[in-house]
Design a protein around this ligand. Sequence first.
Ligand code: GAR
Length: 210
Amino acid sequence: MSGLEYRLGVLVSGSGSNLQSIIDKLHQGPEDIKIAVVISDNNKAPGLTRAAEAGIPTAVFPMIDYDDRLEHDRAMAEELERHEVDLVVLAGYMMLVTPALLDRFPYLVINLHPSLLPAFPGGSPIEDTMDYGARITGVTVHYVDEGTDSGPIILQEAVEIKYNDTVESLRARIHEVEHRLLPHAIELIANNQVRFDEDNPRRVLIREEI
Ligand code: GAR
């Protein structure tokens, strides 16, 4: 960042505990990283209340109001542009985003996923990990492309699965990691510390590691 405010658009579908970590650590933190708007597909998402309590503008785009996903995402992209957003953060946003949004924010949309990608992409990763009998899982923050959880990985951290874990106990420990990892990834991008390897654009390089 160069003294200018770095503006986030955060998309949520549910509880919004990760949105809360961005509010606490960044929006209300010492750096000039601010949430410009919180958007949801679900007008009952508790994340909208968290945003309102922090004085952040909100907007709701229920899928049912649109003919198709492209039209839906075009409307969302217009709202994000209206708020002059620098980075779009999917923090528990449960719909796939289409090129109608991605093309307007090239390599400026990131997603949080509760597994060590490319293992267990999709809609129920914690359940899938437990059902598979894996002993290690984790958290991934990655750039969004048109596939399902398939874009270049920015940060990952492992979480051990205990023999007596339930989906809920594991989810709680994953959340602890997420609440640290997602704000950290946003900070790295905002501070221009993230770039792509010129020889292999799938590889993301963080400045400390170069
Ligand atoms: C988080 O665990 C996030 O990784 C996951 O939804 C949860 C939202 O929690 N996202 C996905 O599964 C995306 N495929 P939150 O609403 O409390 O932030």
